[in-house]
Design a protein around this ligand. Structure first.
Ligand SMILES: [Ca+2]
Length: 153
């Protein structure tokens, strides 16, 4: 066999393998997602992840990777909705990095993962502080001189 033919066979095999590999796993619409959420946000869906299986577009299940387990987040297995479960705290953590895994329901097709960066936005969540700690005024009950008059000046 001449070298050109051998080269052609190798190239074709590589191409076929590449095609099989890419065609046989669930594919996310993006490899990396970034979402910004205010620390004042109420619990609920903050992002919708989307992955398709080359076999059947509906047969994809989503889950958080075990190292991304957190009491603050969950991923809905069916819809791919990333949900916020509790309050975020910018002062405590400004960013959360999560890995979401998509698998095919029948398990015949390879799973895939996407990375989600949740950026926490600061909100003014401190209690208001009065410059003067106590506001006091004395009003004498029977004193009806110069009314009305200011109590605080
Ligand atoms: Ca804050």
């Amino acid at each position: 066999m001449d070298p050109a033919t051998i080269f052609k066979i190798i190239t074709n095999s590589t191409w076929i393998v590449t095609q099989l590999m890419s065609g046989q796993s669930v594919q996310f619409s993006q490899k990396n997602y970034v979402v910004q959420v205010s620390e004042a946000a109420a619990p609920g869906t903050i992002l919708l992840l989307q992955a398709v299986s080359p076999d059947d577009e509906a047969a994809v299940l989503y889950k958080l990777a075990s190292d991304s387990a957190s009491p603050l987040f969950r991923v809905d297995a069916q819809s791919g909705a990333l949900q916020l479960l509790g309050p975020l705290d910018f002062e405590y953590q400004t960013q959360h990095n999560l890995t979401v895994i998509a698998t095919s329901k029948d398990g015949k097709i390879g799973s895939n993962e996407a990375h989600v960066t949740v950026e926490v936005l600061d909100a003014n969540d401190h209690s208001p502080i009065f410059a003067v700690q106590r506001h006091e005024a004395q009003i004498t009950e029977e004193d009806n001189h110069n009314l009305p008059r200011p109590v605080f000046t």
